[in-house]
Write a protein that binds this ligand. Structure first.
Ligand code: F6P
Length: 328
């Protein structure tokens, strides 16, 4: 058995919910119980830490949740935890409850909070990357990304039916905050004529050229996938400029929005979440703190939480080229 230095672990989900967070909670709880550690669930992210919403968890508290979207612990983007007073209250609650380590499931905002809390008060923290955006360094994939990608793909497939039937041009906005992973991959998977992502410097002229080429090759309908963080302009401005340049185009706009965050997690997300939830507890038992558990090249790895926040996974340039070639 691994030498355990922690006795009672708190688990919370914070930031935007992501499909697979429940599978991660389940993995944390059951790995703790298996190794004889106490585990409490903290409600509503860091707000629950401040308000003292701790619930003792056992193996049956996480029954029948592996297939559920959202998070049974609820989530929040806590303003109060940004203040030293809020974090002091949170620490006092941890002390009162005997919680000596936290597993924080979320994205970079969650990890920033965890890092500051740990530095200020010495509570051990370990991050588990849970966000549909896939924008966390130190893991090949984040929990929820695969499900969101498939949701976006299915939605765009449906939009294609109308685009084709009515010979229309559709601009479809997908989530990703400042990252283009969902846009690039869902765009390739749905045969988008153009994909606009913040990591690439696009120009309106290039987009118009793509439309002209598509027209020349006999295409009478098109789908352009736009990342919400696209720097060239928002989807409404892009559609308006396109209408000005091509007055005959019948253009429609669809913003996929939060449907991408919901739904039952895919198999890949459930497995990823199970591995990372397990890995987080094992990491704490080994004495690690201020790190994030991730999977790289199919191996469980731990990355300093600071790197997970500050560094970025690069967009695969091959994918960009492939998307252009295959949109012929
Ligand atoms: O980080 C996940 C995410 O869904 C982003 O893609 C999006 O920009 C943001 O959260 C939306 O946040 P909210 O649900 O708070 O509006």
């Amino acid at each position: 058995m691994v030498n355990s230095r922690v006795k009672k672990i708190g688990v919370l989900t914070s930031g935007g919910d992501a499909p697979g967070m429940n599978a991660a909670i389940r993995a944390v709880v059951r790995t703790c119980i298996y190794h004889g550690l106490e585990v409490v669930g903290i409600r509503e992210g860091y707000n629950g830490l401040i308000e003292g919403h701790f619930t003792k968890m056992g193996p049956r508290s996480v029954s029948n949740i592996i297939n559920l979207g959202g998070t049974i612990l609820k989530s929040a983007r806590s303003e109060a935890f940004r203040t030293p007073e809020g974090r002091k209250k949170a620490f006092e609650n941890c002390q009162a409850q005997g919680v000596d380590a936290l597993v924080c499931i979320g994205g970079d905002g969650t990890f920033t909070g965890a890092q500051i809390f740990s530095e200020e008060h010495g509570v051990k923290v370990i991050g588990v990357p849970g966000t549909i955006d896939n924008d966390i360094f130190g893991t090949d994939f984040t929990i929820g990304y695969d499900t969101a990608l498939n949701t976006a793909m299915e939605a765009i497939d449906k939009i294609r039916d109308t685009a084709t039937s009515h010979s229309r041009v559709f601009f479809v906005e997908v989530m990703g905050r400042d990252a283009g992973f969902i846009a690039l991959n869902s765009g390739i998977a749905t045969g988008a004529v153009d994909i606009l992502i913040p990591e690439q410097h696009d120009s309106l002229e290039e987009m118009f050229d793509t439309f002209k080429k598509a027209q020349k090759r006999g295409k009478n309908s098109s789908i352009v996938v736009v990342a919400e963080g696209e720097k060239l302009g928002n989807i409404y401005d892009l559609a308006q400029s396109t209408k000005k340049e091509f007055p005959s185009y019948d253009i429609r706009i669809t913003v996929l929005g939060h449907i991408q965050r919901g739904g039952s997690p895919s198999c890949a997300d459930r497995v990823l979440a199970s591995r990372l939830g397990y890995g987080a507890v094992i990491g704490l038992m080994k004495g690690l703190t201020n790190v994030m558990a991730g999977i790289r090249s199919n191996q469980l790895v731990y990355t300093p939480i600071e790197d997970a926040i500050k560094k970025h996974n690069e967009i695969n340039q091959d994918l960009l080229q492939i998307s252009e070639i295959l949109a012929l």
